[in-house]
Structure formats: structure tokens, C-alpha cells
Design a binder for this molecule. Structure first.
Ligand SMILES: Cc1cc2nc3c(=O)[nH]c(=O)nc-3n(C[C@H](O)[C@H](O)[C@H](O)COP(=O)(O)OP(=O)(O)OC[C@H]3O[C@@H](n4cnc5c(N)ncnc54)[C@H](O)[C@@H]3O)c2cc1C
Length: 442
């Protein structure tokens, strides 16, 4: 089992490592686990700025997973990750299945109009084409029988029965603990990566230096500053995204309900969180709360620089806007369903960053060689070609928990110089600027 150092000092900080991983969220913890599985004698050190693991975006997440990805590399990444979740005891140690508490209730995407229904039908056809034949297109009658609580307005749907949710914090700790040769140091911020003659030679921390030939940056939004420290501008866009947990849930929605995803702009709810539910959507974030001083990237509805603490960027209207939007789409009158004011009592409002592949790493080439950027769903898991020994596992966008086991394995392959278990995983390379069907899905 990994060793945890929670009060670091000059005396107890490890002085050497084969690999240093910076960041103890899903990406960093999973990489630690996967490196240990692939090469068990590797001495790894994970450095986490906070007092606990999983202190970044995962705190705000809905902790959901789904298998229905039209991009081949993502479909394969999720297929493998779900295999790990469903056999957690085997991959993450005895009792892991109980700890991570997978609920496989499915995902149900709703269509309210014929045009939306046609869109979902086309999605399902694409998913079947790449072998995801378990994903169903449902007509109104089947929906009335299986999910009557979504109501009469929903005329068609896409159902992914492999999908569900889990306890992300338990998952992160299971990854970390099961890396036998790992030392995990909590409360270490202000890390500098040290480079000499174009090669990584170690890291500097407030508690001293660690000599290492390989560093993996897996620090979520914190990756931007770490990379800049060695002269690298990461090709990412930073988008604040919000969610909220309610203490109550409309009694018509049973605990067996799938995750429900409404139509554009795709507000969604995980209909379970004790007695309540967790809601979210990719609400267009405006710079009003950040202020001009931080700089915004208007084209991408994102920030040029992450702002810490991210809580300063919460839009207090987000919970009521989300519920009003859902009530309108599902046709709930005042006081009923999503328009029931009980939802707004005792809310926990969360915010975190989606770190996404940016323009320089996601574009089509148009006529005359012009670059046409698009919003990619692919993470960046690769070597940073500018510096020997520096690796990245970043830009996990809105699916960094569900994809974490495979993201860890891809990062381990990169760091250890091993072949990928699936050739499509090369598409997470920083220089792969376009792949088919790699568009934002939710
Ligand atoms: C509202 C919302 C809903 C979401 N819902 C889902 C969902 O349902 N399913 C899903 O799969 N994903 C979801 N996500 C996305 C998911 O949370 C992220 O993709 C995932 O957390 C990214 O993992 P990460 O390890 O790259 O970064 P993070 O989770 O941000 O973790 C980074 C870690 O690195 C540490 N760190 C940062 N800087 C430094 C530094 N300089 N030195 C040391 N440590 C550092 C941080 O403290 C943190 O612990 C959601 C996100 C949000 C915001």
C-alpha cells in the first residue's frame, strides 16, 4: 500500500523518485495506480497541493459515467474504464467495489421535438456503427412504460444502460492506495519543475528538492502555471462549470431513475444524492463575476487563466436558472416537478473548472490551409515534446472521473515508454489536432 505523508517537512520529503506525479485528482491518482500495475518496481512520488486528494474539479462533479461516446478513442477509453469500475475489487483491491459504490442506473437523453428525436436517432446509429449496440433509441411508448416520470412532453430518447455514477473520492483514494511503491505527499504547493539542457532533472518544493528524470503534470487547472514555469504554454481553455446538490427530490422520480439529460442547453440531473439530486449543465459562463482583470476568452466562454479560489466565480442564480429551464422544458407548472420551491431549500452550490483542449490542439484544416478550431472532447495525455522527461495528463474536460482508469493507463504507457493497449489511444496525443466525431457531446 502507498505511504501517505500528510505533514511534509525537510526531514520526511522523499529525495529521489523514478517518476513524480504532480496533482492528486482523478488523473494523477489513476496514473500512479497504472504505473504501479505496469511496472511494479517503479518508485513514484505524488505531490498534492491540498491537504487531501481530489481537491480540484472532482469536488464539484456529478460523478457520473457513460459509455455512449461517438469518438472511437473516447468510446474505447470509457469501455475500459467501466470494466475497471465494474470489477473494482480485482483492479483496485478487496472492498473497492463497496467503496466506490457504482450505481448503474443508465443515462437517458430526452427529445422534445421531432428534430431533436432525429438527432438522437442519428447518434444511436453512429454508436451502433462502432459496436455500442447496447445504446437504445426509444420511442414515446417505450418511454411511458420504462420512465413514465419524465412526462408526456418527451417524445423520444437515447438510453445508455451501461452508464451510472459512483463515489469519485473513494475512487481517487483507491487508485492512490493501491500503488504499492508510491509515496503520496499532501500539502505541497509552490512546486517548480527543474530542467537542465532540455531534460527534467527534478522538482523543487518548499520542503526541498526531489531528483527525478520524469515528471507527469496532472494538476487540472493548476497545470497551466506549472507548465509556464518551464516555458510551456499549454493549449487549453479553462471553463468554470457549476452544479448543485439538493436535499430533496420530487417523489415521482424513483431512486432507480437514470441520469436525465434534457435537450439543449442540456441541463441534467443525477436523481440520487441521499434524499436529493445533483443538477448541472454547461451554463454559458460570463465574465461578470471574474471581472475584466482576469481576462476572458470570449470565443470560448472561458478564462485565459484559472482564478483561485474558483468559488469566487459562482453565479448565485445558477440553481434557480437550471430548475426554471428544466421546468419549462418538461412542462411543469408553478409548484410542481422542477418548479417545486422545495428544490431550492438547503442547496449546496458547487463550482470547478473544465480544462479542455484549446485551439492550437483541436482544429480542422480548411481550404487554403486555414485552421478552423472546434471544441474537442479529447484529453491531452502525452509527452511534452519540448522537454525530455516531461509528460501531461490534462484537459479531461467534463469526463475526467469516468475516463480516469484508462487515462491513467495511457499516461503510464507514455511515461514508461510502453505500447498502448488500444491504438486509438494515440489520438490523445497533443499533436493530433482532429479526429472524427470529436465534437462536444453534452
Ligand atoms: C460541475 C462539474 C461537473 C462534472 N461532472 C462530471 C461527471 O459527472 N463525470 C466525470 O467524469 N467528470 C465530471 N466533471 C469533470 C471532472 O471533475 C474533471 O474532468 C476531473 O476532475 C479532472 O481531473 P484532474 O485530475 O485532471 O483535475 P482535478 O480534479 O482538478 O484535480 C487536480 C488536483 O491537482 C491539485 N493541484 C493543482 N495544482 C497543483 C500544484 N501546482 N501542485 C500540486 N497539486 C496541484 C489539485 O489540488 C487537485 O487535487 C465535472 C466537473 C465539473 C466542474
Amino acid at each position: 500500500m502507498a505511504t501517505f505523508i500528510s505533514t511534509p517537512s525537510h526531514e520526511n520529503l522523499p529525495r529521489t523518485a523514478d517518476v513524480v506525479v504532480i496533482g492528486g485528482g482523478p488523473a494523477g491518482a489513476a496514473a500512479l495506480w497504472a504505473i504501479d500495475r505496469a511496472a511494479p518496481t517503479t518508485r513514484t512520488v505524488l505531490l498534492e497541493a491540498s491537504e487531501s486528494l481530489g481537491a480540484g474539479s472532482s469536488v464539484a462533479s456529478l460523478e457520473c459515467f457513460r459509455s455512449c461516446w461517438p469518438t472511437l478513442c473516447l468510446a474505447r477509453q470509457l469501455e475500459r474504464s467501466i470494466e475497471v469500475f465494474l470489477h473494482a475489487d480485482e483492479y483496485l483491491g478487496e472492498g473497492a467495489g463497496k467503496d466506490i459504490a457504482v450505481r448503474q442506473n443508465g443515462y437517458f437523453f430526452c427529445a422534445f421535438t421531432e428534430a431533436q428525436a432525429a438527432g438522437l436517432k442519428a447518434d444511436v446509429a453512429r454508436l451502433h456503427e462502432i459496436g455500442l449496440t447496447h445504446v437504445e433509441y426509444l420511442e414515446a411508448e417505450a418511454i411511458r412504460q420504462r420512465f413514465p416520470w419524465v412526462g408526456e412532453r418527451v417524445i423520444a430518447g437515447k438510453f445508455d444502460p451501461m452508464a451510472g455514477w459512483l463515489d469519485s473520492n473513494a475512487l481517487i483514494y483507491r487508485f492512490a492506495r493501491s500503488a504499492k511503491n508510491a509515496q503520496i505527499v499532501l500539502g505541497v504547493g509552490e512546486i517548480q519543475i527543474c530542467v537542465e539542457h532540455g531534460k527534467v532533472i527534478g522538482v523543487t518544493t518548499p520542503f526541498g528538492d526531489i531528483a527525478t528524470p520524469r515528471v507527469l503534470i496532472a494538476a487540472g487547472a493548476g497545470a497551466v502555471a506549472l507548465a509556464r514555469g518551464v516555458g510551456i504554454t499549454l493549449p487549453v481553455v479553462i471553463r468554470p462549470r457549476q452544479s448543485f446538490t439538493t436535499a430533496w427530490r420530487d417523489e415521482r422520480i424513483p431512486p432507480t431513475s437514470p441520469m436525465i439529460i434534457s435537450s439543449a442547453p442540456f441541463a441534467h440531473l443525477r436523481p440520487e444524492a441521499h434524499e436529493g439530486a445533483i443538477f448541472g449543465f454547461e451554463y454559458t459562463w460570463h465574465n461578470k463575476y471574474a471581472g475584466a482583470a482576469y481576462g476572458t476568452n470570449a470565443q470560448h466562454d472561458g478564462l485565459l487563466e484559472p482564478v483561485f479560489p474558483v468559488a469566487n466565480l459562482k453565479d448565485p442564480r445558477f440553481p434557480s436558472i437550471t430548475l426554471a429551464l428544466l421546468a419549462r422544458q418538461f412542462g411543469h407548472r408553478d409548484g410542481e416537478g422542477f418548479a417545486n420551491p422545495r428544490y431550492l431549500r438547503g442547496i449546496r452550490h458547487n463550482i470547478g473548472y473544465y480544462v479542455c483542449r484549446g485551439d492550437e490542439a483541436a482544429y480542422r484544416v480548411g481550404n487554403e490551409g486555414t485552421h478552423i478550431p472546434y471544441e474537442s472532447e479529447r484529453a491531452i495525455i502525452d509527452a511534452a515534446s519540448e522537454i525530455d522527461g516531461l509528460f501531461l495528463s490534462i484537459a479531461h474536460a467534463g469526463h475526467g472521473i469516468m475516463s480516469s482508469p484508462t487515462a491513467g493507463e495511457i499516461a503510464a504507457s507514455r511515461v514508461l515508454g510502453l505500447p498502448f493497449t488500444d491504438p486509438t489511444f494515440a489520438d490523445f496525443g497533443i499533436g493530433v489536432h482532429w479526429v472524427e466525431h470529436d465534437e462536444r457531446v453534452l
